[in-house]
Design a binder for this molecule. Structure first.
Ligand code: NDP
Length: 487
C-alpha cells in the first residue's frame, strides 16, 4: 500500500516583510525654492506641508512660490539663457547632462526611497522604473546636445529661450527629467513647477543640479500649487510652455496661451483600450492587463483602463485575471514585496471613490480580491468592473486609480470602434498572435502610442504623446527635442 500524499497546506505562502530602509535619505524639516542656483524662501514667506500618503505623516514644509518668486525665477532663467547656458557649445552642455545622469544613478536609492515616501508608489517601481528612466533621459539627451546640427533641424538649430514647465504628481522625478533633459540639451533654460503633493524629489534633483555645477539660473524649481503653475504659464517672460496633467487644466492653459505666439506642448489625460484577441497568449496578456492598469496604482495617463476582450475568451480571461489579482500585495510602499502602494492624496481617493460608486449605480458589476486596507493613509483595492457598457462613466472618464473596466467585442472592427470611442487619444494595447492583425489595428487605433503584446514600455528614444483631448506635441526621441527648438 502506498501512503497518500500529504494534503496541500491550506494557507498561502506568506511573504516576510522586506522594508527598504528610509535612513538612506535625510529629509530636512523645510525646503526653499531653487532660484538662480540657490535655495531661498518664498518672497512672502508662505509654505505648505507635504505628506506621506501611506501614513498621512507630515514629511516636510515646502516654500510656496508666489508671483514675485515666479518673476525672480524667470529673470534668472533669462539671464542664464543669454549669458551662460544659451551661448554654451553643445559639447559642454552634454557634459553637464552626463553629470546629472551619473549623479542620479549614484544617488538612486535615495531618490527611490524619497519618491516612495512622498508619492506612495511601491519601492520596486520607484527603484526599477522611475529612477533608472530619469537617469536614462539625461543620458539620452546628453548624447543629442552636440549633434543637433545633424538632426534635421537645419544647419544652426536655435533654442527657444526660457521654458516654463508644469508637471503632475504621478511620476514626479521622471516627469521632471522628461521636461528638463530635452530643454537643456537644446540650449533652453528652465523654470519647473512640481505638483504640490510631490515636491521632494524635484528638490533633491535641484541639489544634484547644484552638485553638477550648472550655471546659476539654468534650472529653477518653484514649488507651489495650481496658482503657482498658473502664474508661471502666464508669465510674459516665458517663451515655451510644457504641461503634463489633467485635460481640464490643459485646456485652461491653451486658452491663456492662444494668440501670444508662445510655443506649447500638452500631455494630458487618457482612457486607453487594452485589446485582447482570442488568439493572444492569454497568460502573458493577463500580466499585461495587470501592468496596464495596476502599475503605479493606475495613476498613469496612458493606463490601460478599458480592457476590451474578445467575447469567446472573456470568461477565461476574467477568471485568470481575478486569480492573478488575488496574489497582488497591497501595503507599505517601502516594502520590496509590495505591488500596490497608496493613493497619492485624499482628493484623488475621493475622485476614485466617486467614480467607482457611479459605476455600481449605473449597473456594472464590481469585484475586488479580499484585501485588508491599512487604517491610516489613502488606499484603494485593485478593482475590476465587468458588464460595463460604453455609456457608463467608468468607461468614459479618466479615473486615475487601480480600477479596470471590462468590455467585450466580437470582431476586430468592433474592437476598433469601441477603442476609438473616447475623446482621448494617448495610448492603446493590442494582444494577438498575428503580426498582420497588429499592423491592421495600429493603423486604425487613434492613439499616439500603441503597444503590441506588451504595455507601459517607455524609452527616452521613443516619442510619447497624444492627440485630441490627450494633448499635442511629443516627448522623447528626436520629436521631443523638436518641441524645444525654434523653427
Ligand atoms: P492638475 O492638472 O491640476 O495638475 C497638474 C499640474 O498642474 C500640477 O503641478 C498642478 O499644481 C498644476 N496646475 C493646477 N492648476 C493649474 C493652472 N490653472 N495652471 C497651471 N498649472 C496648474 O491635476 P490634478 O493633480 O488636480 O489631478 C486631477 C486629475 O487630473 C486626476 O484625477 C487625473 O484624472 C488627471 N491627471 C492626469 C495626469 C496625466 O498625466 N495625464 C497627471 C495628473 C492628473 P498642483 O498639483 O500643485 O495643484
Amino acid at each position: 500500500m502506498v501512503d497518500a500524499a500529504p494534503p496541500a497546506p491550506e494557507s498561502a505562502w506568506e511573504y516576510a516583510p522586506a522594508p527598504e530602509s528610509r535612513e538612506i535619505v535625510s529629509i530636512a524639516p523645510g525646503y526653499g525654492l531653487f532660484i538662480n542656483g540657490e535655495f531661498t524662501p518664498a518672497a512672502d514667506g508662505k509654505h505648505f506641508t507635504t505628506l506621506n500618503p501611506a501614513t498621512e505623516e507630515p514629511l516636510a514644509e515646502v516654500a510656496e512660490a508666489g508671483e514675485r518668486d515666479v518673476d525672480r525665477a524667470v529673470a534668472a532663467a533669462r539671464t542664464a539663457f543669454e549669458r551662460t547656458w544659451g551661448p554654451m557649445p553643445g559639447t559642454d552642455r552634454a557634459k553637464y547632462l552626463y553629470r546629472i545622469a551619473r549623479a542620479i544613478q549614484e544617488r538612486a536609492r535615495e531618490f527611490a526611497v524619497l519618491e516612495s515616501l512622498d508619492n506612495g508608489k511601491p519601492i520596486k517601481e520607484s527603484r526599477d522604473v522611475d529612477v533608472p528612466l530619469a537617469a536614462a533621459h539625461f543620458f539620452y539627451h546628453a548624447g543629442w546636445a552636440d549633434k543637433l546640427e545633424h538632426a534635421g533641424f537645419g544647419p544652426q538649430p536655435r533654442p527657444l529661450g526660457v521654458a516654463g514647465q508644469v508637471i503632475p504628481w504621478n511620476f514626479p522625478l521622471l516627469m521632471a527629467a522628461w521636461k528638463l533633459a530635452p530643454a537643456l540639451a537644446a540650449g533652453n533654460t528652465c523654470v519647473l513647477k512640481p505638483a504640490e503633493t510631490t515636491p521632494l524629489t524635484a528638490l533633491l534633483l535641484a541639489e544634484v543640479i547644484q552638485q553638477a555645477g550648472l550655471p546659476p539660473g539654468t534650472v529653477n524649481i518653484l514649488t507651489g500649487d495650481g496658482a503657482t503653475g498658473q502664474a508661471l504659464v502666464s508669465h510674459p517672460g516665458v517663451d515655451k510652455i510644457a504641461f503634463t496633467g489633467s485635460t481640464e487644466v490643459g485646456k485652461e492653459i491653451l486658452r491663456a496661451v492662444a494668440g501670444t505666439g508662445r510655443k506649447l506642448t500638452l500631455e494630458l489625460g487618457g482612457k486607453a483600450a487594452n485589446v485582447v484577441f482570442d488568439d493572444a497568449p492569454l497568460d502573458q496578456a493577463v500580466e499585461g492587463i495587470v501592468n496596464g492598469i495596476f502599475f503605479n496604482q493606475g495613476h498613469v495617463c496612458c493606463a490601460g483602463s478599458r480592457l476590451l476582450v474578445q467575447e469567446s475568451v472573456a470568461d477565461m480571461v476574467l477568471d485568470r485575471l481575478k486569480r492573478r489579482l488575488g496574489t497582488l500585495r497591497l501595503g507599505d510602499p517601502l516594502d520590496k514585496n509590495t505591488d500596490i502602494g497608496a493613493i497619492n492624496s485624499r482628493q484623488q481617493l475621493d475622485k476614485i471613490e466617486q467614480l467607482t460608486a457611479a459605476g455600481e449605480a449605473e449597473g456594472a458589476q464590481r469585484w475586488s480580491p479580499p484585501c485588508l486596507l491599512p487604517t491610516a493613509g489613502y488606499w484603494f483595492p485593485p478593482t475590476v468592473f465587468s458588464g460595463v457598457s460604453q455609456s457608463h462613466r467608468i468607461a468614459r472618464e479618466e479615473i486615475f486609480g487601480p480600477v479596470l473596466s471590462v468590455l467585450t467585442f466580437r470582431t476586430p472592427e468592433e474592437a476598433v470602434a469601441k477603442a476609438n470611442n473616447t475623446p482621448y487619444g494617448l495610448s492603446a494595447g493590442v494582444w494577438t498572435d498575428k503580426g498582420s492583425r497588429i499592423l491592421w489595428m495600429t493603423q486604425r487605433l487613434r492613439a499616439g502610442v500603441v503597444w503590441a503584446n506588451t504595455y507601459n514600455r517607455f524609452d527616452p528614444a521613443s516619442p510619447f504623446g497624444g492627440y485630441r483631448e490627450s494633448g499635442f506635441g511629443r516627448e522623447g526621441g528626436r520629436h521631443g527635442l523638436a518641441a524645444y527648438i525654434d523653427g
